[in-house]
Design a protein around this ligand. Structure first.
Ligand SMILES: N[C@@H](CCC(=O)N[C@@H](CS)C(=O)NCC(=O)O)C(=O)O
Length: 225
């Protein structure tokens, strides 16, 4: 995909505050959702890293992992890792209430599940575009991708068994954890499997999908659902 530089309304950004290297149907959409809720302007540099060497090279100038998402602050400082960026944004805007604060009794579980989604689930997707990354032959690709998806389904079951969602995953208030799960659950093994494995989390995630502030973003950035 050719890259474009736009703000989140799809127009050329004049004086971007922050630059986000991202892609439709990628983890960057969780951060795009957070900055949409915060009303923070940003410039998006689009590039599908998992299918395009050009996109990997472009982001590689900022992030040696050659992955989206990658944030460049106006100072030039680079921030990577979806969970870290979501946490940092939430903590930088406490009035928006997008994360339990450091003294909130929910903070420990919030951090626990943010890191769980990052390390136990999201990181596994790195294997899929090229299974030789873990030393496997291309002939084993389908089997490996299937195993990765089974492991992710197991992880959703673990999370499901230990959370008691009410309006949102951690109670009555939407947090960046809800945004993160709403995005990562769209990746393989995809939403239908997530709904099977996580029936209590499902209504929360559907609520996030239907949030009127975010519906346009989800439609634009996950055009295939
Ligand atoms: N640890 C990173 C993972 C980022 C990641 O896996 N990005 C994917 C897209 S969703 C990517 O750029 N993959 C391309 C590749 O690994 O070659 C994070 O949490 O932000």
């Amino acid at each position: 995909m050719a890259w474009i530089a736009t703000d989140f309304h799809g127009e050329m950004a004049r004086e971007p505050e922050i630059v986000l290297y991202g892609a439709a149907a990628s983890g960057s959409v969780a951060v795009e959702a957070a900055v949409t809720l915060l009303g923070t302007p940003f410039q998006l540099i689009e590039g599908e890293t998992w299918s395009s060497e050009a996109a990997r090279m472009r982001v590689g100038g900022q992030n040696a992992m050659r992955q989206v998402l990658t944030l460049v602050l106006p100072s030039g400082e680079i921030v990577t890792e979806c969970a870290a960026i979501l946490l940092w944004l939430a903590d930088a805007h406490p009035d928006a209430n997008l994360a339990p604060g450091s003294n909130d009794p929910l903070r420990a579980q919030f951090l626990r599940w943010m890191f769980f989604v990052s390390s136990a689930i999201y990181s596994l997707h790195w294997i899929k575009p090229d299974v030789s990354r873990i030393g496997a032959p291309q002939s084993a690709r389908d089997e490996i991708v299937n195993s990765v998806h089974e492991r992710i389904a197991f992880c959703w079951r673990v999370m499901e068994a230990q959370l008691s969602p009410s309006g949102y995953l951690l109670g009555d208030t939407l947090s960046v954890l809800d945004l993160y799960v709403a995005v990562i659950s769209r990746f393989g093994p995809w939403r239908e499997r997530f709904y099977q494995e996580a029936p209590n989390m499902t209504p929360v995630i559907k609520r996030v999908d239907e949030d009127p502030r975010l519906i346009g973003l989800w439609d634009r950035r996950f055009p295939s659902g």
